[in-house]
Design a protein around this ligand. Structure first.
Ligand code: B3K
Ligand code: ZN
Length: 873
């Protein structure tokens, strides 16, 4: 496979002005007529007169240039391109191709799901539909004519506005769509399906009306309210917070059951995984509702950050993804509205970064936010590009302040509306708007790896001065041995002995943002009347690892008092992590396991503190996950980690039994279900308490959970109790069966049913294999494959890492099987073995063998090949 480098970028030789597409939709053989007008790009070399079109898995039927049929000698068809040499300056190409949507299991390009047609073009799926310069810097106006059987496909949708529709012969009908905006081909979409919609006319800030639609299969109309509400909130929020308006008369969301990722921001026609559209209280959990709000927001926000201003090339992916994740994070936080609610969303973001992005940054697939090379671009839709990319955007806001950041955004749109640009263009807009030099900040885009910031403080009582020294380093990553210092905003506060914030400057600020730009720097704070406890990296002001030699007393002080809720939570995590690591070592050495009362007492104090929001208390009581503990170990021992964490939960459950029971009782949410943050927080705390109680189960707690499964009126409570029961090792056979029977018609709930079993430490690989023979299981639907297989390999470490290597064999087998169907999904699964070199010496040979098995498989996709060869390198 070929590696593509960012440094090799050259502008396209031809630009496309208009695209007219005609589709005769047929699952077995769809005919695509494509008429494009091209003109030579003034920015390309004058003598570069080759038109390069991409194409993949399509049959060429006819090709005409300026009205004349070309015969095979006049163009060159490569494995994935069609080149016309020495073309005139102005060209009209008419291209006729066919494709076979029902054979397309990759879910990229035009495919069939449940007897209807859908498309997915990002990143390079459009070339699977027709020949085209399928690169984001080629933006054109699209007109689309769809023709299909009226009975089977009553709904025909594409981007933009519907301009015409009507009947044809032979029971067929047509619809013609026109998108008034120029767009790159990756934003093209069509849907031809049997669907129904919830619709509403919505008044925009400038007084125009827009038609909003959420399209779903017939039985799902009772699950579209929340998506519609989220869409309206998103439109409003984008107007109010950023002054950005919907630019179309019509905005559609379509839900499809077979989808590779979460959703896709096609212009005016967002296509969504059902998981991020369908919800009602009986089928969806609080987490699902929050996910719908975030993803509906995310795709909507792409209309400006991604569609109106798009990426010059795929190396710039974070330009739209990092920025849009930042926007959806801010949206979700603003929707909650309270400071503590915001903090809980921030804690969630920090958790995702540590759980997924830091390991990526430390593994074989590590890459900068703006990668320098790739084999398969679909492998770079990563937590680094998305979540670390969002942190990079957030750091601009932290460094420049909210107002200057907003000016930077305005300037970015003013300069680049309608263009395909780079991360440098975004940074330049921020720098100009704020009047600041952001040259060093560029390293956040170019250097991979998680920086480590080491802090130390000294207090001079006589001078009343506190001195903080910050140093930074960044470990090497593949291809980048040495790193230069980053520009790191470190938000700092100082607590006095009573836990109050000290004033840090003449203005009385209690949090200041220090700018760490050198390898080491010293900062001083004057008029500090006593030895303070530093609260560092408040609100997680930069995506770094912060090291400070905190004592237990200092951490307990922060855990009790820090006014910054993220650092308050963080102090608790540090206390817990230290204990989990000690316990893990004790398990390995066969020593007695003990948990100190001081820690439990701190947990108790927090649990019973009614002045704190339930959602925050829940977060603070969740112990670091097994994989976070693994990241802290030299040689990862999954069984010891599991035993240690279990012991800790069990001990807490036994000592805090009364308090936990009270938390269950006190946080009931009677009345009709509402997904709002306060109610969700209560359910979260209640169900966390329940799961603790079942870590040390007895008749009473088992009965409590059993009743909750039976009596709960919403899926959040029901699933949480069932999961707690499964994890407790109780016999849940009958409950699982009745859960399945009740929900077997709800695909998303069946996914949950598989997922809760797959991630339970009581489920071994043999049981997983048995579940795969269940009639509801299929590898072809990504959601289903993920629910069982990914949850096993990624969320059930003690079983996946079974000492005999059986988990790894299972993994290899399914990477290969999935790859034959769907390379993108297979490559995601392949990533589960990224960090194999960090495991116990006894496990590594098994892991290597599994990786080599995959590497040796015939006909591996580029997607999987890239991941596996990097892991083995
Ligand atoms: N832009 C799409 C992701 C496309 C992934 C292609 N493999 C969804 C999103 O980020 O909004
Ligand atoms: Zn996105």
């Amino acid at each position: 496979p070929q590696t593509i480098y960012r440094k090799d970028y050259t502008p396209p030789s031809y630009l496309v002005e208009t695209v007219e597409l005609g589709f005769d939709l047929d699952p077995a053989r769809t005919i695509v007529a494509n008429r494009i007008t091209l003109r030579h790009n003034p920015e390309a070399a004058q003598d570069h007169r080759d038109i390069v079109l991409h194409g993949e898995d399509i049959e060429l039927v006819a090709l005409r240039l300026n009205g004349t049929e070309l015969n095979p000698g006049q163009y060159i068809v490569g494995t994935s391109t069609l080149t016309i040499k020495k073309a005139p300056l102005n060209v009209v190409l008419e291209i006729e191709t066919t494709c076979a949507p029902e054979q397309n299991t990759t879910l990229s390009g035009l495919y069939v799901s449940n007897n209807s047609f859908y498309t997915q073009c990002e990143a390079e799926g459009f070339r699977r539909i027709t020949y085209f310069p399928d690169r984001p810097d080629v933006m054109a106006k699209f007109t689309v004519m769809l023709r299909a059987d009226k009975q089977k496909y009553p709904v025909l949708l594409s981007n933009g506005n519907l301009v015409e529709e009507g009947d044809l012969d032979n029971g067929r009908h047509y619809a013609k769509w026109e998108d008034p905006f120029k767009k790159p081909s990756y934003l093209f979409a069509l849907v031809a399906a049997r669907l129904v919609c919830q619709e509403e006319t919505f008044r925009l800030a400038d007084g125009r009306n827009a038609l909003l639609q959420v399209w779903v299969e017939e039985g799902n109309l009772d699950k579209t309210d929340y998506a519609m509400q989220s869409l309206k909130n998103s439109i409003r929020w984008d107007e109010e917070r950023w002054g950005l308006e919907l630019d179309l008369d019509r905005f559609m969301i379509v839900a499809v059951g077979d989808f590779n990722m979460g959703a896709m921001e096609n212009k005016g026609l967002n296509i969504f995984n059902t998981k991020f559209v369908l919800a009602n209280p009986a089928t969806a959990t609080d987490v699902d509702f929050a996910g719908i709000e975030a993803v509906v927001g995310h795709e909507y926000f792409h209309n400006w950050t991604g569609n109106r201003v798009t990426c010059r090339d795929w190396f710039q992916l974070s330009l739209k993804e990092g920025l849009t994740v930042f926007r959806d994070q801010e949206f979700s936080a603003d929707m909650i509205g309270t400071d503590s609610g915001r903090a809980v969303t921030r804690i969630d973001q920090v958790r995702t970064l540590r759980q997924a992005q830091f390991p990526e940054d430390a593994g074989p697939m590590a890459h900068p936010v703006r990668p320098d090379s790739f084999v398969e671009i679909n492998n770079f839709y990563t937590v680094t590009v998305y979540e670390k990319g969002a942190e990079v955007v957030r750091m601009y806001q932290t460094l420049l302040g909210r107002d200057a950041f907003r000016k930077g955004m305005d300037l970015y749109f003013e300069r680049h509306d309608g263009q395909a640009v780079t991360c440098d263009d975004f940074r330049a807009a921020m720098a100009s708007a704020a009047g600041r030099d952001l040259a060093q900040f560029e390293r956040w885009y170019s250097q991979a790896g998680t920086p480590i910031v080491t802090a130390s403080g000294t207090y001079d009582e006589e001078a009343q001065r506190y001195t903080l020294t910050l140093a930074q380093r960044c470990p090497p990553t593949p291809g980048q041995a040495e790193k230069l210092p980053f520009h790191i905003p470190v938000a700092v506060g100082l607590l006095d002995a009573k836990g109050r914030d000290l004033a840090l400057n003449g203005e009385g600020d209690t949090t200041v943002v220090l700018e760490l730009t050198e390898a080491e720097q010293t900062f001083t704070f004057d008029a500090i009347a006593e030895l303070p406890v530093p609260s560092l990296l408040r609100d997680f002001s930069a995506p770094v690892v912060l090291e400070y030699p905190y004592t237990d007393e200092e951490l307990l002080h922060l855990f009790r008092h820090d006014s910054d809720p993220v650092n308050r939570w963080e102090a608790g995590q540090r206390l817990a992590m230290a204990r989990l690591l000690r316990l893990t070592a004790a398990v390995q050495n066969g020593e007695k396991l003990e948990l100190d009362y001081t820690f439990i007492a701190a947990q108790r104090a927090l649990l019973v503190d009614e002045t704190l929001e339930a959602a925050f208390r829940e977060q603070a009581l969740i112990l670091p996950s097994e994989s976070l503990i693994a990241d802290q170990m030299e040689a990862v021992d999954p069984q010891a980690i599991h035993t240690a964490r279990r012991f800790m939960r069990e001990t807490i459950a036994k000592v805090l039994r009364n308090e936990l029971q009270n938390a269950v009782a006190a946080n009931a949410t009677p009345g009709p279900y509402s997904p709002d943050a306060v109610s969700a927080g209560k359910r979260g705390l209640k169900n966390l308490a329940l799961s603790y109680l079942l870590a040390a189960p007895d008749d009473f707690t088992l009965d409590l959970a059993t009743r909750q499964v039976a009596e709960a009126t919403n899926m959040t409570d029901r699933a949480a109790a069932l999961v707690a029961l499964i994890h407790s090792g109780a016999d849940v056979e009958a409950q699982l069966q009745s859960f399945y029977d009740e929900f077997k018609g709800e695909a998303l709930v069946v996914d949950k049913w598989f997922a809760m079993q797959a991630s339970a430490p009581t489920t071994d690989v043999a049981r997983i294999r048995e579940l795969m023979t269940h009639p509801a299981f299929t590898l072809k639907t990504p959601n289903r494959a993920r629910s069982l297989i990914f949850n096993f390999t990624n969320a059930n470490p003690s079983q996946f890492h079974a000492p005999d290597g059986s988990g790894y064999e299972f993994w290899a087998e399914h990477v290969i099987k999935l790859d034959a169907l769907n390379p993108q999904v297979a490559a995601r699964l392949a990533r589960s073995m990224d960090r194999w070199r960090r495991y116990l010496p006894d496990l590594q040979p098994h892991m290597r063998r599994a990786l080599e098995t995959v590497a040796a498989a015939p006909k591996l996709s580029n997607d999987v090949m890239e991941v596996i060869s990097k892991a083995l390198a």
